[in-house]
Design a protein around this ligand. Structure first.
Ligand code: ADP
Length: 285
C-alpha cells in the first residue's frame, strides 16, 4: 500500500496544526517523524490513521481517495496499526491471552485461529507462551509495553504507527523493543512510522525522516542525507545531531579526512572512525 497526502491542512478551532502537508508513505520502510512538541507530529499520524474526520486536502491510499462517510468525513483506517504513547495504559483484560485475543474475537475468529495467530505473534515481540495466563499488571514495564504492541500487531497491519514507543522504558528494554520492531518491519514489506525525539534512535533505525516545524513538513529525506548534508534543518527546528554523527564530524575536522559512510548507524560510524584513531591520524588540539 502507498499512502499519500496532498496539501493536507488541519485546523483545531482557531489553531492550524498542519499546513499544506504533502508526502508519500511507501512500503518496506522505517520512517521517523521528528519535530519539537507542538510541531504537528501527532496530528500528522492521526490523519494517516483516519482519526481526524475533517481535513482539507486529499488523502489517497493506493492512488484512490480514502473512504469517507455520507457527511464527507474520513473513516478510521482499520488496516493501519496505531500504537499510542504508553499503550500499556489501555490493557484491560484479566490475562495476556484474553488481551491478545480481544480484537480477533470481536471479528469472529475461531479459538483455533486465535491461538495460532498468538503463537506466531509472541516470538516477533520476544515474548514466551508462559506469560499468556498471567495478568498484564504482573508484568514488568517493558513486557507490558510489548504485550500492548503485540495486541496491535495481532491484526497483521502492513503499516504500523508507533508514537514514542520507548518513552519511560529503561535503556535495555528500549533497545530490545526497537530491535524487535525493526525485525518485524523488515519482513513482508512492512512499514513503520516512528514518532521520536531521540535522534540516536532515528539515526539507528530509519530509512527516511520526516521533519515537522510549526505544522509544516520541512522535508522527507533519506536518514543520511538529513544528518550529513541537511543538518541545517535540524538546527532550524532546534534539534541536535545524533552523538555518533557529532563524533564523526569531529574526527573529520581533526583528521582533515572526509569519511565515507553508507548509513548513520552507530556501529558503521565507529568502524570507520577507529582505524583513523588507531593510526594516529587525528591531530590533537
Ligand atoms: P506534536 O505531536 O508535534 O507535539 P500536535 O500535533 O500534538 O504536535 O499539535 C500541533 C498543534 O495543534 C499544537 O499547537 C497543539 O497545541 C494543537 N493541538 C493538538 N491537538 C489539539 C486539539 N485536540 N485541540 C486543539 N489544539 C490541538
Amino acid at each position: 500500500m502507498v499512502y499519500q497526502l496532498n496539501n493536507v491542512s488541519v485546523n483545531y478551532s482557531n489553531r492550524m496544526a498542519l499546513r499544506n502537508v504533502s508526502c508519500t508513505i511507501e512500503k518496506d520502510k522505517w520512517i521517523s517523524v521528528i519535530g519539537q512538541t507542538g510541531a504537528g507530529k501527532s496530528t500528522f499520524v492521526q490523519v494517516l490513521k483516519g482519526l481526524i474526520p475533517h481535513i482539507n486536502g486529499d488523502y489517497l491510499i493506493d492512488h484512490q481517495p480514502a473512504k469517507r462517510d455520507a457527511k464527507g468525513q474520513l473513516k478510521v483506517i482499520s488496516e493501519i496499526g496505531f500504537v499510542f504513547q504508553y499503550p500499556e495504559h489501555q490493557l484491560f483484560e484479566t490475562t495476556v491471552f484474553k488481551e491478545l485475543a480481544f480484537a480477533l474475537k470481536q471479528q469472529g475468529w475461531s479459538n483455533e485461529q486465535i491461538k495460532k495467530s498468538i503463537s506466531e505473534v509472541l516470538p516477533q515481540l520476544g515474548l514466551s507462551e508462559d506469560i499468556l495466563p498471567l495478568a498484564p499488571f504482573q508484568l514488568s514495564g517493558g513486557l507490558k509495553r510489548r504485550v500492548a504492541i503485540a495486541s496491535v500487531i495481532m491484526m497483521n497491519p502492513k503499516l504500523l504507527i508507533v508514537d514514542e514507543p520507548t518513552a519511560g522504558l529503561d535503556p535495555v528494554s528500549k533497545v530490545a523493543l526497537l530491535r524487535l520492531l525493526k525485525n518485524w518491519q523488515q519482513q513482508d514489506n512492512r512499514t513503520i512510522i516512528f514518532v521520536s525525539h531521540q535522534m540516536e534512535d532515528v539515526a539507528e533505525y530509519s530509512d527516511e525522516v520526516i521533519v515537522f516545524h510549526e505544522g509544516c513538513l520541512m522535508g522527507q529525506l533519506d536518514t543520511c542525507t538529513l544528518f550529513l548534508e541537511q543538518s541545517h534543518l535540524l538546527e532550524k527546528i532546534g534539534m541536535s545531531l545524533p552523538e555518533s554523527v557529532q563524533l564523526l564530524k569531529l574526527v573529520e575536522e581533526l583528521s582533515g579526512e572526509k569519511i565515507k559512510i553508507s548509513c548513520c548507524r552507530e556501529q558503521e560510524i565507529f568502524e570507520k572512525i577507529l582505524p583513523i584513531w588507531k593510526a594516529g591520524r587525528i591531530l590533537h588540539v
